[in-house]
Design a protein around this ligand. Structure first.
Ligand SMILES: Nc1ncnc2c1ncn2[C@@H]1O[C@@H](CSCCNC[C@@H]2Cc3ccc([N+](=O)[O-])cc3CN2)[C@@H](O)[C@H]1O
Length: 265
């Protein structure tokens, strides 16, 4: 079995509820200070979209997982949002939230914080409703395929968003770089890519699953984007405080990159 196939096989044990518990509930979901990881992530995304540079008809979220926080600041800038994931269990968790099914994960603290960061005085229920209206598809994706969405995509998107996916789905740096090339085919020339990911992480837990991660440094990420034909517009790093190192992974830090796909080779 190839190392990529082994990664896919291991993901069959991924437990979305455990993953949400580990990363999106206290202590990591602490909104009391801008110095905590979740406010930092939301601020990176809100400020990037707040520049007004990133807009168009369609944005694709690559490897959404069971989370929606990563698209909270995008609805005002796009007509359509496409969410994607490798696992049906995650796509089902997303569909249930999108349909406001009882028992879905409570993203309201995140939605409220995004409204505060954007400073438009938008009520969080309005943002929530707008988000549900604009997510038009929840599609299967495999970043290791030349065409990650298969034949589901008719034309490239105006922007891509991806959080904690490529490094957690790639067995080594070479496949991380190749996966970036594959997903870049989904983006129009001149389009923008916002990525958040783990720095120097080698594993994380999601219930019974222990998933291996290719450890990447800031330089590794910058090099991958540059070699893939992007201009890096902004790059930020967050150092995980010891209080947030809670045993669910060995992540050392978080990166945020805003990159623009060059218009000619
Ligand atoms: N071949 C594939 N193609 C596309 N997606 C794929 C593929 N294989 C798996 N996937 C998909 O990718 C996965 C995305 S979740 C990956 C989690 N990454 C690690 C975790 C994340 C995290 C979150 C928050 C914080 N924090 O401090 O706030 C820290 C950390 C660090 N640890 C999962 O949805 C899977 O379904």
């Amino acid at each position: 079995m190839s190392s990529i196939a082994a990664v896919g096989e291991n993901y069959q044990k991924f437990n979305p509820r455990a993953y949400l518990q580990n990363n999106y509930m206290p202590p990591r979901a602490d909104f009391s200070s801008d110095d905590f990881v979740v406010p930092w992530k939301l601020r990176c995304l809100a400020e990037a979209f707040g520049t007004g540079e990133i807009h168009g008809h369609t944005v694709i979220d690559i490897g959404s997982g069971p989370t929606i926080y990563q698209i909270l600041s995008s609805p005002d800038h796009f007509e359509e949002i496409i969410m994607t994931d490798f696992l049906e269990v995650n796509r089902e968790v997303l569909r249930r939230w999108l349909q406001a099914e009882p028992g879905s994960f409570d993203w309201s603290p995140y939605i409220k914080h995004a409204c505060i960061l954007e400073g438009k005085g938008e009520h969080w229920k309005d943002k929530e409703r707008k988000l549900r209206d604009k997510v038009k598809h929840v599609l299967p994706i495999d970043i290791h395929q030349l065409k990650p969405l298969g034949s589901a995509l008719t034309e490239p998107a105006d922007a891509l968003v991806s959080t904690f996916c490529l490094e957690a789905a790639s067995p080594n740096y070479e496949s991380f770089q190749k996966a970036l090339e594959n997903v870049t085919t989904l983006l129009k020339p001149g389009g923008h890519f916002l990525m958040i990911g783990a720095l120097e992480e080698s594993f994380y837990l999601a219930g019974e699953a222990k998933l291996l991660v290719v450890p990447v440094t800031e330089e590794d990420v910058k090099e991958a984007f540059t070699r893939c034909g992007y201009k890096i517009c902004d790059f930020r790093t967050y150092v995980m405080p010891s209080s947030l190192k809670i045993g669910v992974d060995d992540v050392r830090g978080i990166f945020f990159v805003h990159a623009q796909k060059k218009t000619q080779a």
